[in-house]
Every structure is written in structure tokens, then in C-alpha cells.
Design a protein around this ligand. Sequence first.
Ligand SMILES: [Zn+2]
Length: 127
Amino acid sequence: MKLLIKCKSCNRYIEIKEKALTRSELEDKIGDYFTKSCDHCNQPNEYHVNDVEAVGTDEIKRVGRYAAILIAAGCFYFAKGDRAIIFLGLFIAGAIFIGSRRLADAQSNVDIFNSIYIKERRQESKT
Ligand SMILES: [Zn+2]
């Protein structure tokens, strides 16, 4: 999962290097308002944690699933009945498939991050 923010000056996405699973965790690390310089136009701007968007790594998940199917199919084809090679191939394919499922779990983290906002602190006036 990557955390991105859209630059207020050039509208391109900047990656936030801090790792966090939720907005409140990100707030603990960098504060509710933070200043970030753009990687593209070098313009520093102030952002709120609620402006941050999480994106998943969908491509890797898809490639992992295809690789698992290809390895399994390839093993059946090349093993020519050799059970040891079929077993080894299925083991590797299974490991890759489980790896891509782990990344599928990361996708649900993306949804959680994007659906939960932190409460904006309002300036309280003491009367
Ligand atoms: Zn920019």
C-alpha cells in the first residue's frame, strides 16, 4: 500500500514515505496538518491528513496469480508424470498464490484507510 497526496500546485501525486495503516496512525507520525514539498514542482504546500489517498498494488496481485497458474500448468506439462516435479511445482505455485492473497489483504487495508477520516480539530474559543 502506498500513500499519495495530490500536489496543490501541479496536481500530480506525491508519495508520502511514512508507513501507516490508518489515517490516525499517519496523524500520530506527521501531525494532522503537515507541509510537503512536491517531487515534481518542488513547491511546498500544507495538507491535511484527510487529503491523503491510499492506493493498492493491484498489478502485483494479478501477476502473482497468473504466475501461480502458469507454474502449475507448466509443471504438469514438463513433468511427464514425474510426481516429485509435479509436487514441487504445485508447492511453488501454492506459495506464490498465498503471496498474492496476502496482497489481496493489503487491498482491504487500502479500503479501510480511504473510508475512515479523522476528525478535524476546530479552534475552541474559551468564553
Ligand atoms: Zn507539484
